[in-house]
Design a protein around this ligand. Structure first.
Ligand SMILES: C[S@@+](CC[C@H](N)C(=O)[O-])C[C@H]1O[C@@H](n2cnc3c(N)ncnc32)[C@H](O)[C@@H]1O
Length: 203
């Protein structure tokens, strides 16, 4: 899959992504179903793309205040037209996040573009911008052991997914309680919660 250097085409994105990730809509549904448990109205989305996840989120939480970042200005233009109330800006997940605090941070099919250390750093920064009691929902491509579960082609440069269990460990190191919410072959939804009382002992 392309990343910011190889821009996704906003016109063909909807078809392209579904041919690369046949269970794309199931992944979106699973991520949004996990987000149902989030309490509160301030949401940050990472890797907004054309706003596919945002639209589903706003169906679930119509009054939510949504902020979002993406590396691609062209994709965000489409997202802005589809979700005019959301506040989107061009930005990279490796850089400082909007300060929040947020009740929910959500990301679908974007974090696998980061390398392992960048993912671990991101999880720490997501923890820091969440309210105590807040939730991080991560739906993404993951590395799997059984070759029969590999559906999406991974080039190892643009796409650098990690195993679900590695990412759960990094989320726990960041201070979250974290669990695998859903998995279908090489797609997974991880749910991480920040304790309602700040837990400094784990960090
Ligand atoms: C496969 S698309 C997913 C978009 C959307 N979340 C969805 O589910 O349709 C990956 C998105 O991640 C964005 N992206 C890739 N690397 C990024 C980075 N380092 N920081 C921010 N966004 C990035 C791309 O521009 C693209 O919009």
């Amino acid at each position: 899959m392309p990343t910011e250097e190889e821009d996704f085409d906003p016109v063909t994105y909807a078809g392209d992504i579904r041919s690369e990730v046949p269970a794309y809509d199931q992944l979106q549904t699973a991520a949004i179903s996990a987000a149902r448990a989030a309490v509160g109205a301030r949401v940050l989305e990472l890797g907004v793309g054309t706003g596919e996840t945002t639209l589903r989120l706003l169906e679930l939480h119509p009054l939510a205040a949504v902020w979002g970042i993406d590396a691609s200005a062209a994709l965000l233009d489409v997202a802005r037209a589809r979700c005019p109330r959301a506040r989107f800006r061009v930005g990279r997940m490796q850089d400082a996040l909007p300060r929040g605090p947020f009740d929910l941070v959500l990301s679908v099919l974007a974090v696998h573009h980061l390398h392992a250390l960048e993912k671990a750093s991101l999880f720490q920064r997501v923890y820091d911008v969440l309210q105590p009691g807040g939730m991080f929902v991560l739906g993404d491509l993951v590395l799997v052991e059984d070759p029969a579960d590999v559906v999406t082609e991974i080039d190892g440069e643009v796409d650098t997914p990690n195993r679900a269990d590695e990412q759960l460990a990094w989320l726990r190191e960041a201070g979250f309680t974290a669990e695998l919410h859903w998995r279908l072959r090489d797609l997974a939804v991880l749910v991480a919660r920040r304790a309602a009382q700040a837990n400094t002992a784990q960090r």
